[in-house]
Write a protein that binds this ligand. Structure first.
Ligand code: ZN
Length: 363
């Protein structure tokens, strides 16, 4: 996910209000450890994936000579927490840190890794490197300010006596973690990869060999997956996010093909970019069906010459909101803003033959 987009869709618009932030004592960037199988662990942030701080999942693989880590957390304290958790798993150094994509919730903690293991090699796709060294990453300069705006908006929303209970619960969470969450985004720095590839890269080993593959454009133009054939663990980054998928500046037709390729892996555990581990292909198929549904609705409308605004009014989104978000008002808003609205826009661009641009489109 790219949290900056999340802010927009939640309805950020009240910058400048005074926060009624309470002095939260919780660390919003805490990590829990789950052993997936031999030589493979998941380090996850123990809030629902639809709740801030929207920290990406982190996977640790143990190879003979050292550790390989997939993604680095999305804030400075998150990176420090991850380093401490990893040191609790093994005395081996982290030799390789791999970014699934450029969105900061997956890499802004990398400074702690560089500090802890100065010899670490950071790996990404070429497109992710270009994004992290270019305009799409510029949003991190206003990240703390923008998140403070989100906390202020939440404090304001809570004053509305008619606020839906689901939204009250979630805005209260945002306000409760507000101060330490925003503090974690002050002084952010991007850590672009120093080993970049276009198609694939191998990290051979006798106990946990890894295959890192770019399968095509999906959630971004540079998403990669990490496959551990001996562990049968597949880390997908935000190509797969559950329970609410994330679209941003995605590429709907190519994304469908990438999901087909994911289904070909003989995984026992699929670790999404956010949310819970999948052990079968059902969720992949649900996401595919949702993308196909939107494309099938949008393409004929675009072909008839409708504007994007007209298409937005004509498409039927309620069924997909019902399916993915149920009756939860917060999740329904996220399904609409983080996935459906972005997907309609991107499907429209595809239908019109217009480019989808990272850092501009989606969310
Ligand atoms: Zn993400």
């Amino acid at each position: 996910m790219a949290p900056i987009s999340r802010l927009l869709l939640i309805g950020l618009g009240c910058l400048g209000l005074t926060a009624a932030a309470t002095a939260a004592t919780v660390d919003p960037y805490q990590r829990q450890t789950l052993k997936i199988t031999d030589h493979a662990w998941l380090l996850y942030n123990n809030v629902r994936s639809t709740q801030p701080p929207f920290e990406g999942n982190v996977v640790v693989f143990e190879q003979r000579a050292g550790l390989v880590v997939v993604d680095a957390g999305g804030s400075i304290p998150s990176g420090k927490n991850l380093v401490a958790a990893i040191r609790g798993l093994s005395d081996k150094p982290v030799r390789f840190l791999i970014y699934t994509h450029y969105h900061g919730d997956h890499n802004l903690g990398a400074g702690a890794f560089v500090q802890a293991w100065p010899g670490v090699t950071i790996i990404s796709s070429a497109a992710t490197y270009a994004n992290m060294t270019g305009a799409p990453m510029a949003y991190i300069n206003t990240y703390a300010h923008d998140y403070q705006g989100m906390v202020d908006y939440g404090a304001s929303a809570l004053k509305d006596p008619n606020l839906a209970p689901d939204k009250r619960r979630e805005w209260q969470h945002v306000v409760d973690i507000g101060a330490p969450m925003v503090a974690g985004y002050v002084g952010l720095k991007a850590w672009p990869a120093n080993l970049v590839f276009h198609e694939s890269i191998e990290l051979p080993d006798d106990m946990a060999p890894l295959h890192v593959n770019f399968l095509g454009k999906a959630n971004t133009d540079g998403d990669i997956v990490i496959w551990a054939p001996m562990q049968r663990v597949l880390a997908t980054g935000d190509i797969v996010v559950n329970p609410i998928p994330y679209a941003s500046a995605s590429y709907p037709s190519s994304w469908l093909q990438v999901l087909d390729k994911l289904k070909e892996y003989e995984f026992a555990w699929l670790v999404p970019g956010h949310g819970t581990i999948q052990t079968d292909r059902r969720y992949l198929e649900r996401v595919q069906a949702a993308i196909a549904d939107i494309r099938n609705q949008v393409a004929p409308l675009a072909a008839r010459g409708m504007s994007l605004d007209e298409v937005r009014k004509a498409v039927q989104l309620t069924k997909l909101q019902d399916e993915f978000a149920g009756n939860d008002a917060w999740d329904r808003a996220q399904m609409r803003g983080f996935f459906l609205d972005a997907l309609v826009s991107n499907a429209y661009k595809e239908a019109k033959g217009e480019p989808i641009v990272q850092g501009h489109d989606g969310g």
